[in-house]
Every structure is written in structure tokens, then in C-alpha cells.
Design a protein around this ligand. Structure first.
Ligand code: GDG
Length: 766
């Protein structure tokens, strides 16, 4: 893959603005001087912003607006922007009240999401007040983004602090293209499910507000998709999810570094000065280096113990190697971090006490942030980079180490397989951070590696780090947002806006004859765990009677239900009933008529086939109808439901191979086998008649209703209940909104446009 540098962007960006939203802004002003905030996200994005913000970049965005928390005012930040010489970058500070910030940032973000997503469930704090603060803070970010946003903007939301924000933005700014990138791992479902049900649903739905949800690795993306399929109703297919917000894509976009910048900086005088100082301090000893923030995910103590085992088992290296361990101060006013720091320091003391000689210490420990020049000098000089986190989204230090190594004397990268970087840097010595003995062996192996071996390994690593740099990452992600955003425009319906509704009501009023076709389950009533209990309430009956009372209206319920069920609940209503997807019809007060004769011999074979799979499918049910056989999997555990239903479909296709009179139809958590000649389309066409009346309205929620929509000639109205691909032109979110829509048609005064407006999706295309 080749790296696309700033200046080689597609020209379309020139007309757009990019809004970057992260918890923190990339830098602050300290005593009038610019200081970059710490962290991988900031390092990576700041490099991208700098490249795009410079005057000399002919491509790039019209403007890059970065929205995030800051202790500086907008005016101070404006002078920082000038100092940073980034005329096309504008910083917008978010002011979060201190108490809210504590609960949102420290509480929910760092004490719940951070430990859980890094697979440390014992450290997670599930306090509800913190989650409430998280919601509020995300809403606060949303308001600020709304204020800044213009039509056509691309909004790029970053990281675990803002997982609810994309959902809020998709509602508030339907014309925007939204991307979310998660910089930390996404955990397996066994861990994710520890989050209380309503929160975890909200978090996933919030994330799915983005048109593109990006992760560092395919593993994280797969974990996310599994959580989605287990927690939400939306359908997932490969890397695409249909949720309450419409369609989203999911993908792996491993973050990179500004590798060339690191390479260039290696040759600066400041770095040379640091190199000289370090060489004077460590003499001829081999140098092993690590740098991490103080955090339990980094495996700091385990790393020291592994080094101790190395010294014990490989005594020939005593006096030969120095381990420079730099730990960046972080959250050390919190007791858990203080304790960790004490343990690290007492272990360093113990190992140094045990092995030091007058002229040698095995560990040089520094608890401080180091200047960039010193960091680059250490990367450059280190014979071994020892990077052993217990869990890490990516770990940019590994890539920076590779980028800074000199070609003539390249060192060895020892890397934890629990980092996202390990998925890319396969040639490194990969270790399990819990396995001290393996780490000790890896250090010994690295020290004995031949020049040739080290060089060839490093060359391959370097090529990848340079090819997949931060620019490639950002470009590919943003290209992904564009294509995901335009991809969502194809199959989904548009929410009904108040203006859209007024137009429909106008047409309804003007028409002397009208046909209204309504599905039942999921359209007039919500789904129920037990289908026989999904019965119409008074509101449904009232709406139907009011509609039917108008002699201009012809009203039909077109359902997959049996004749018995429909007659029991609607037998006395002035409504035409179509049962079993149009196989039977009953006019008000009349008898059931089977519309076509059925040949039933196929049913036993289908039932026998279904029973084979039903035996291994707890929660599944088989229903025999007069003209169809239905497999219900609503009550199955979602993941096995997916597998078993796929097995079933395969088996049915095999069974029905040469029977072209039957069809296998997927509905809402059902698979139905029925004769092709029965479909809602035939029923609807017959009911609509020729010539069609001036007003037709069809409402339905599942795949069988697509047939209903197909039967409606223009300028008829088709309304899909729920999200997902559809040929319907409009959508509402639930049966409550269907009733509000129908009530609105009959009696404009009771109309509540907000109740129908609901999720207003895909109104504008980009
Ligand atoms: C998150 C994820 C993911 C560190 N110490 C000093 C210093 N640094 C710079 C490094 C590097 C960055 O900070 C650390 O990057 P990481 O990737 O290790 O980690 P996080 O900041 O925790 O970031 C992580 C990352 O997001 C990006 O997606 O890789 O997994 O947790 O750039 O150079 N810089 C200076 N002095 C230091 O002492 N100057």
C-alpha cells in the first residue's frame, strides 16, 4: 500500500470542512507558549491537522475545526492557532463544569469504559451517576458540534469518551457525514455484557450513529459486530449494520504515525545532543527501553518481574545491559495508581539492590515525561524496545521505535501480542505479557540475534510502518466515511417530516376514494415474545373504526397470521382481512375465501426438515399454517439463532431444489415456506383494483411487506416501520408512530407531528 501524503487528496475535500471531536484539544497555551497535550490520539491527529492546516497544502479540507475540552479560552486558543501556523485549523473549546467532568471523564470514561474495554472487569465502577454524567457530557458536545456544523461537513468523532455522540449527531444533523474511531480495544461479548443492559444498548446505538465505525484491528471490529447482533434488533451482515439510525459500516483502520517526521527529527542537533548525553550516561552497555503512561493496562510490574527473571536465568548479561524504563505520570492522585506506582518503585529498588555493582545498575527508572528529542534519541539508540502491555488498542510507541531505528544498527522490537500493533508488526518478537519466562527468553534471543537477522526483520517492519502512516490512516478512514455515507442513501426510507406529513394529509383529504393497506405484527402492534399475546388494544380498534367510518376509505389488514387469529380480533370490524400473506380473504361480515387452491403434500417434508434443526435450537418454534410452514426464532439466543437459521435455509434450499412452486421467505425473525402464488403483492393488487384510487397508503415492517409496497402504484404512499433496506419511500420507528400517523390523517387537530417525525434519516444525500 502506498502512503498518500497531504497534498494528494481528492479535490472534493477542498469544498468541505472537517470537524474533529475529541475529549481534549491537541494543545494548550502555557504562559503564552504552545504545549502539546500528551497521548497517542493527539500525536496522530495533530500530525494530520498540521499537514492539512498549513498554507502550502493545496488539497485538504476547506477548514479543520477541532472541538474538545480545554482550560484555555477561545481567544487564547486563537493566538495558539497563530503560533502553530495552521491558518486552516480552528480550535473550539468545550467547557465542562468540573463536577460533571469528574463523573464523565474520571468516572464513566476512565473507571468504567477504560477498564472494561481493556479486559479488566474487576476494576470497573458501575456507578449510575457517572453514566448519567456521561450522557450529559455527550449531549454538551453535541450542542457545540451543532452550533459549529454546516451542511456538507464531515464530522470525525474520536474515542471512548464520546460513544453516545454519533447517535445524537445523526439525529440532529441528518445531512452530515459522521465517522467514529475507537482508539482502544473493543472487548469480547463476555466482557461487554457486564455493562447494564440499557447502557450497553445506548452505547452501541450511539456508536452506530456514525456512518463508519472504525477500529484498529479486525478482532475489535468482530467483537463489536457480535455485541451488536446480541444486543440490538438491527441486522448485521458482514461489515454492515442496520440500526435505528439507518445503515453503518464497520471496519479496521490501524492507526499509524508520522514516520517521515520521526526519521527527519533523528538528524536534528537537539536529538544528536541527547544521544551524546545518553551515551555518556550508559557507556558501552546494551540499552533496552520502554516508555508508557502509568496505567494497569501497560503491564509495568509484570515487565519488571520478567526482566528480573532474565537477569536470574541469563547471568552472562549482568553488567552488560541497562533497562531504561520511563513511566509518564498519570492519574497518580488516585489511590489505585499511587499503589501501582509504589509497587513499581519498590520492585525497581529491589532488583537494583539485588544486582547493582559500583559501576552498573540494571534499571534506570524515570517517572517523568521526557522531551520529544530525548524520546527520539532513546528510540534511536535502544538495542531492544520492550513493549509488553496487558492490553493496548494499538501502541504507537512500537511504531515510533521502528521508525527511529538507524538502518546500520537496527534493534529488536519485543511486543506484546495483546496490542493492536501486534496484528501488523508480525515480524517482531511477539510475547504473552503474562508469561515472564517467554519475555526473559525473548530478551536473551534479541541480544544474540545476528546483524543480518535484525536488519532483515527491521526492514520489513519499517516498510510497513512507513507505508501505513498516519496520513494513510486518516485518508482511508475519511474515504470510508464518504463511501459509507453515500452507501446509506440507497436502500433506506426517509423519516416523515412535518412538511411531508402535511402533504400526505392534503392528498388524503382531496381524494374521493382511498385504499389503506396495513400489516399487523410490528406495524399495528409491537412484537410480543408469545405471538398469540400480540393483540390489538383499544387505540388500534378506535383508529380502525374511525378510518372505516369514512365511506371513501377501503381498509385492509394484510397479514401472515392465520384466518382464526385475524377473525378473532378483527371479525367484527369493518375491515377486509387477508390471512397467510394473501392466501385467504374475508370481506367485512363475510366468510373466508381461499384465493387459490393449495397443494399441501410439500408441508410434511418441510416440517420434518425444520424439526431436525429445531432439536438443536432452544427457543425456536415451528408453526403450521393452512398454506405455509413458519420457523420462528425470535426467542432464540441471537448468535445461535443466526447459525441455526442459516443451517435451516441451506437445508430447505436443498430440500426444495426442484420445487419451483415454493418460496423461502425471511420475515422479522421468521423463515416461512409457502407457495409462490400467495404473496401480499397479489392480495394488495387485487384489493387496490383498476384504475387505482387517487390515494393509497401501505404500511408494513418486514420483508414480506416489501411485496405490499411493490403493489402500490405512484403517487401512493409507502411507509416502512423500523430501519433497514426497503423500497418504501418513508419510515417511522414503531407501531406507536403508525397509530399517530393514522390518527393524524383522520383528525388533524390531534396530530402530533413530533410523534411521527421520529428518526429523520437520510433526508439529504451527499
Ligand atoms: C490511545 C490508545 C493507541 C509518550 N511518552 C512521552 C511521549 N509519548 C507519546 C508517544 C506516543 C504517545 O505518547 C503514546 O501513544 P500510545 O499509542 O502508546 O497510547 P495512548 O496515548 O494511551 O493512546 C493506544 C492510541 O490511542 C492511538 O490510537 O495506540 O492503544 O490507548 O506518540 O511518543 N511523548 C513525549 N514525551 C514522553 O514522555 N514527547
Amino acid at each position: 500500500m502506498t502512503s498518500r501524503r497531504a497534498g494528494e487528496k481528492p479535490p472534493v475535500r477542498r469544498q468541505r470542512r472537517l470537524l474533529v471531536v475529541s475529549y481534549r484539544l491537541p494543545f494548550r497555551l502555557e504562559e503564552g507558549k504552545l504545549a502539546q497535550n500528551a497521548g497517542g490520539l493527539v500525536s496522530a491527529l495533530f500530525a494530520y491537522a498540521r499537514a492539512h492546516g498549513s498554507q502550502s497544502d493545496p488539497g485538504g479540507f476547506e477548514e479543520l475545526v477541532w472541538i474538545g475540552a480545554s482550560t484555555n479560552s477561545a481567544a487564547e486558543l486563537a493566538s495558539a492557532e497563530r503560533e502553530a501556523d495552521m491558518p486552516r485549523v480552528r480550535l473550539v473549546p468545550v467547557t465542562i463544569p468540573p463536577r460533571l467532568d469528574r463523573q464523565f471523564y474520571e468516572g464513566c470514561s476512565n473507571d468504567l469504559i477504560w477498564p472494561l474495554f481493556h479486559s479488566f472487569p474487576d476494576l470497573a465502577d458501575f456507578r449510575a451517576t457517572n453514566y448519567e454524567a456521561y450522557q450529559k457530557a455527550n449531549a454538551l458536545f453535541c450542542r457545540l458540534v451543532e452550533k459549529e456544523a454546516r451542511d456538507g461537513d464531515v464530522i470525525w468523532v474520536h474515542d471512548y469518551h464520546l460513544l453516545l455522540l454519533p447517535g445524537m449527531l445523526r439525529q440532529a444533523l441528518p445531512a452530515a457525514a459522521i465517522g467514529l474511531f475507537l482508539h482502544i480495544p473493543f472487548p469480547s461479548f463476555e466482557i461487554f455484557r457486564l455493562i447494564p443492559r440499557t447502557w450497553r444498548v445506548a452505547l452501541l446505538e450511539g456508536m452506530l450513529g456514525a456512518h463508519l465505525v472504525g477500529f484498529h484491528t479486525q478482532d475489535y471490529a468482530t467483537h463489536f459486530l457480535e455485541a451488536v447482533s446480541r444486543c440490538l434488533d438491527g441486522a448485521t451482515d458482514q461489515m454492515v449494520v442496520d440500526s435505528v439510525h439507518g445503515r453503518s459500516r464497520v471496519g479496521a483502520f490501524p492507526i499509524g504515525i508520522d514516520a517521515r517526521e520521526f526519521e527527519l527529527e533523528r538528524n536534528t542537533a537537539a536529538v544528536q545532543q541527547c544521544r551524546d548525553d545518553i551515551r555518556r550516561a550508559i557507556g558501552d552497555h546494551r540499552l533496552m527501553f520502554s516508555v508508557d503512561r502509568l496505567d494497569y493496562t501497560k503491564g509495568l510490574l509484570q515487565r519488571l518481574l520478567a526482566y528480573e527473571e532474565f537477569l536470574e536465568r541469563f547471568p552472562r548479561w549482568l553488567g552488560e545491559i541497562v533497562f531504561n524504563m520511563v513511566v509518564i505520570p498519570s492519574r497518580d492522585t488516585i489511590p489505585r495508581y499511587q499503589k501501582m506506582k509504589k509497587e513499581i518503585e519498590s520492585t525497581v529498588g529491589r532488583i537494583n539492590g539485588l544486582y547493582s555493582t559500583l559501576d552498573w545498575r540494571p534499571i534506570v527508572y524515570q517517572y517523568r515525561s521526557i522531551p520529544r528529542a530525548e524520546l527520539i534519541a532513546l528510540y534511536d539508540m535502544a538495542d531492544i524496545g520492550l513493549i509488553t502491555p496487558m492490553r493496548d488498542g494499538m501502541n504507537l510507541v512500537a511504531k515510533e521505535f521502528v521508525a527511529c531505528q538507524p538502518p546500520h544498527r537496527s534493534g529488536v522490537l519485543i511486543l506484546s501480542e495483546m496490542t493492536g500493533a501486534a496484528a501488523e508488526l508480525r515480524e517482531a518478537l511477539l510475547i504473552n505479557p503474562n508469561d515472564r519466562s517467554e519475555i526473559a527468553d525473548a530478551i536473551a534471543t534479541a541480544l544474540l540475534m545476528s546483524d543480518e537477522q535484525r536488519r532483515s526483520t527491521w526492514t520489513r517492519l519499517r516498510d510497513r510502518v512507513f507505508a501505513n502512516d498516519v496520513f494513510t490512516w486518516a485518508e482511508e478512514f475519511l474515504d470510508g466515511v464518504y463511501s459509507a455515507r453515500s452507501g446509506t442513501a440507497v436502500p433506506t426510507a426517509t423519516g416523515i417530516s412535518p412538511a411531508g406529513f402535511r402533504k400526505m394529509r392534503e392528498a388524503y383529504r382531496k381524494a374521493a376514494q382511498r385504499v389503506i393497506l396495513l400489516d399487523y405484527d410490528g406495524t399495528l402492534v409491537p412484537f410480543h415474545r408469545i405471538p398469540s399475546e400480540a393483540v390489538p388494544d383499544d387505540r388500534v380498534r378506535q383508529v380502525l373504526s374511525h378510518l372505516a367510518a369514512d365511506t371513501a376509505n377501503q381498509l385492509a389488514i394484510v397479514s401472515g397470521r392465520s384466518t382464526q387469529f385475524l377473525e378473532r380480533w378483527f371479525g367484527k370490524e369493518p375491515v377486509t382481512l387477508f390471512a397467510e400473506h394473501g392466501a385467504f380473504r374475508r370481506h367485512p361480515g363475510g366468510d373466508w375465501q381461499q384465493l387459490q387452491a393449495d397443494d399441501k403434500h410439500w408441508k410434511n417434508a418441510v416440517i420434518a426438515c425444520m424439526r431436525q434443526i429445531w432439536k438443536r435450537s432452544p427457543g425456536a418454534a415451528i408453526e403450521e399454517k393452512a398454506t405455509a410452514v413458519v420457523w420462528h426464532y425470535r426467542d432464540m439466543e441471537p448468535v445461535s439463532a443466526k447459525q441455526r437459521t442459516a443451517d435451516l435455509e441451506r437445508a430447505l434450499h436443498e430440500l426444495l431444489n426442484d420445487n419451483s412452486d415454493l418460496q423461502i421467505v425471511r420475515g422479522d425473525r421468521i423463515v416461512e415456506v409457502r407457495p409462490k402464488k400467495f404473496s401480499k403483492m397479489h392480495a394488495a393488487r387485487e384489493f387496490i383494483g383498476t384504475p387505482p384510487p387517487p390515494f393509497i397508503l401501505a404500511i408494513g415492517d418486514d420483508r414480506t411487506d416489501e411485496d405490499l409496497f411493490a403493489a402500490v402504484p405512484p403517487p401512493g404512499y409507502t411507509v416502512k416501520v423500523g430501519n433497514g433496506p426497503t423500497r418504501a419511500a418513508m419510515s417511522v420507528t414503531n407501531p406507536g408512530q403508525v397509530l399517530a400517523l393514522l390518527e393524524g390523517l383522520i383528525s388533524p387537530a390531534s396530530m402530533d407531528p413530533e410523534a411521527i417525525h421520529g428518526a429523520h434519516r437520510g433526508a439529504d444525500r451527499i
